[in-house]
Design a protein around this ligand. Structure first.
Ligand SMILES: Cc1cc2nc3c(=O)[nH]c(=O)nc-3n(C[C@H](O)[C@H](O)[C@H](O)COP(=O)(O)O)c2cc1C
Length: 458
C-alpha cells in the first residue's frame, strides 16, 4: 500500500528587516503601518494558511559603525502587532519571535497567555536566544550571558514559562457575566521555581488560555539548538529549503526525537521559502532574475562582500572585479546584529572560492553576490510551484513552508489566488479550517488532552 499523502502546512512571514524585500518597487508599502500587517494577515487567512510569522530583532543592525540602511530599518513590537491582528482575523495562527536571553519568563508567559485568550487559541512563540553581546547592550545587563549558556537559559526559560502557564491547570474557573471571573480554588496561579537561571515564586495572574500553552517554535542551527528543538519545540523555522539540504536537516532533527520519547510527527519542520510566479516558467525565471537584481543593488553587493571580507570595501566598484586583498580574520566584525556573520566561518576559503567562481564566469562583484546569494526557492508558473512544493513535502524535505514574499504587503496575493487552489485540488492543502486553534491547524496535541482541564462555565 502506498503512503498516504502528507498534508502541507503553509505560513506567511511578514518580510520586515531582511534582504528579501524589494522596497524600491512601486508596489511596496509600509512596514510599520497597521494596514500592511492587516492586508498580509487577511490574505494568509483567505488562503487558509496555518499562521502568520513575525521575526524580531532587538537592535538596529550596523555595518562599519553606521546603521545598516540598505534594507528596511526598524520594526514595531511583536506582541502589539499580533494582538492587533488577532482582532482582524478569526482562524490564522499568530507566531511571534521572542528572545529568551533578554526577557523574563513571568512577563513572556503573561504576554503569550493573553495573546492566546485574545485570539481564541492561536498564539505561537518562536523561542530565539540570539548570540551577540551587541544586542544585549540595549538591555539592563549589557552583553549578558556567553553564547554557550544561552540554550541552558532558553531551556529553563521555557520550562519556567510552562510552569506558570500550567499553574491554573485543573482549577475550577467560573465565569459569571455580572461579576467577571472568579475561582473556586484558592491555589490557582501559585508557582515556585528555583533553578540556575531563575529563582521566582508567586502567583501567575492570567487564567489558563484556550491552547493552555502557545505552540513552540525554535530557529537555531547549532547542535544545542537542534537538541532544544527535539526536546521542547513543536516546530522548527529553518533556512534549509532546497530538496537535498531540507532532507538532510529533516532527517537529522527528526532522528533526535526518539531519545526524548517523542514521535517524528510531534515536531514540524518549516523552512523559510521565497517564490516568484509568472504566467509561464520562462516568464517567472526572467522575473526572478529582475527581482535578484533589485534585491542586490551595487551598494548592497559591496556591503555583502564587506561582510565576508570584514573590511571597508567602499572604494570598490560593484561592477568591477573582486578585491585582491584577503578577508580580515579574528578581528572585531565590521557587521553587528546579523546572525549571518556566523555562516562565513572560514572567510579566506570563501574568498578563494568566490574569486575562482568570478573568474570562471566573468562575474563582477554584483554578479557574484546575485548568483551566490539567496536565490528564490520556488520559481515558475503556479502549476510548477504547486507541484514542486508538494514534491518537497512528500519527499520529506519539510512539512511545509514559511513563505517570505519580496513585496509587502501584496506579495502573497498571487500565491493565495493561483497556487493555493492547485494544492487544494491535489488534496494536500485544506480548503477550510477544520479547527479553531493553531494546534488544530498543525495537528498538534492539546496540552490538556487526556487530563482534567480548567473548565469554563458560562
Ligand atoms: C531561520 C532562522 C531565523 C531566525 N530568526 C531570528 C529572529 O527573527 N530573531 C532573532 O533574534 N534571532 C533569529 N534567529 C537566530 C536565533 O537567535 C538563534 O537563537 C541563534 O541563531 C543562536 O542559535 P544557534 O547557535 O543554535 O544558531 C534565527 C535563526 C534561524 C536559523
Amino acid at each position: 500500500m502506498s503512503k498516504p499523502l502528507k498534508q502541507i502546512h503553509l505560513a506567511a512571514h511578514f518580510p520586515g528587516v531582511n534582504n528579501t524585500t524589494v522596497w524600491s518597487d512601486p508596489a511596496a508599502g509600509s512596514h510599520i503601518e497597521f494596514s500592511s500587517f492587516a492586508h498580509f494577515a487577511r490574505t494568509a487567512e483567505r488562503a487558509k494558511f496555518d499562521f502568520l510569522f513575525l521575526a524580531e530583532g532587538l537592535r538596529l543592525r550596523e555595518q562599519g559603525g553606521e546603521i545598516y540602511d540598505l534594507d528596511v530599518v526598524g520594526r514595531p513590537d511583536t506582541f502589539t502587532v499580533l494582538a492587533a491582528l488577532a482582532a482582524v482575523t478569526d482562524r490564522l495562527g499568530l507566531t511571534g519571535t521572542i528572545n529568551s536571553t533578554f526577557n523574563e519568563p513571568y512577563e513572556v508567559a503573561r504576554q503569550f497567555a493573553s495573546l492566546d485568550h485574545l485570539s481564541g487559541g492561536r498564539s505561537a512563540w518562536n523561542v530565539v536566544t540570539s548570540w551577540d553581546a551587541f544586542t544585549g547592550e540595549n538591555f539592563r545587563r549589557g552583553g549578558f550571558l556567553p553564547q554557550e549558556e544561552r540554550y541552558s537559559r532558553a531551556q529553563e526559560f521555557l520550562a519556567t514559562a510552562n510552569e506558570l502557564l500550567d499553574s491554573w491547570r485543573g482549577d475550577e474557573i467560573l465565569a459569571d457575566q455580572a461579576t467577571g471571573t472568579f475561582l473556586s480554588d484558592a491555589k490557582a496561579g501559585a508557582f515556585v521555581h528555583q533553578g540556575q537561571h531563575f529563582d521566582i515564586h508567586g502567583r501567575f495572574n492570567v487564567p489558563r488560555s484556550p491552547q493552555g500553552r502557545p505552540v513552540i517554535f525554535q530557529a537555531g542551527e547549532s547542535d544545542e539548538g537542534r537538541e532544544f528543538a527535539a526536546s521542547s519545540a513543536d516546530a522548527i523555522f529553518s533556512r534549509y529549503a532546497t530538496l537535498k539540504e531540507g532532507q538532510a536537516f529533516y532527517t537529522d532533527v527528526k532522528g533526535r526525537l526518539a531519545k526524548y520519547g517523542r514521535r517524528p510527527d510531534q515536531l514540524l519542520i518549516l523552512p523559510a521559502a521565497t517564490f516568484v510566479l509568472g504566467d509561464t516558467d520562462e516568464e517567472a525565471a526572467e522575473l526572478a532574475r529582475e527581482v535578484r537584481r533589485q534585491q542586490v543593488s551595487g551598494a548592497t553587493a559591496i556591503k555583502h562582500l564587506e561582510f565576508v571580507w570584514n573590511r571597508d570595501l567602499s572604494g570598490h566598484d560593484p561592477e568591477g572585479p573582486l578585491p585582491d586583498v584577503d578577508p580580515l580574520v579574528g578581528e572585531e566584525h565590521i557587521s553587528r546584529g546579523r546572525a549571518q556573520v556566523r555562516m562565513y566561518r572560514d572567510p579566506i576559503a570563501i574568498a578563494r572560492e568566490w574569486r575562482e567562481l568570478a573568474a570562471a564566469n566573468g562575474w563582477s562583484i554584483r554578479d557574484l553576490v546575485i548568483n551566490t546569494g539567496n536565490r528564490q526557492t520556488f520559481v515558475g508558473a503556479p502549476a510548477t510551484v504547486a507541484r514542486t512544493i508538494n514534491d518537497f513535502v512528500q519527499a520529506d524535505a519539510s512539512d511545509g513552508f514559511i513563505l517570505v514574499p519580496h513585496i509587502t504587503p501584496g506579495g502573497l496575493d498571487a500565491f493565495a489566488d493561483k497556487v493555493v487552489p492547485l494544492l487544494q485540488e491535489q488534496g494536500v492543502f485544506r480548503t477550510e479550517y477544520e479547527g479553531t486553534t493553531l494546534r488544530d491547524h498543525l495537528g498538534l496535541a492539546h496540552p490538556d488532552a487526556g487530563s482534567p482541564a480548567g473548565r469554563v462555565a458560562s
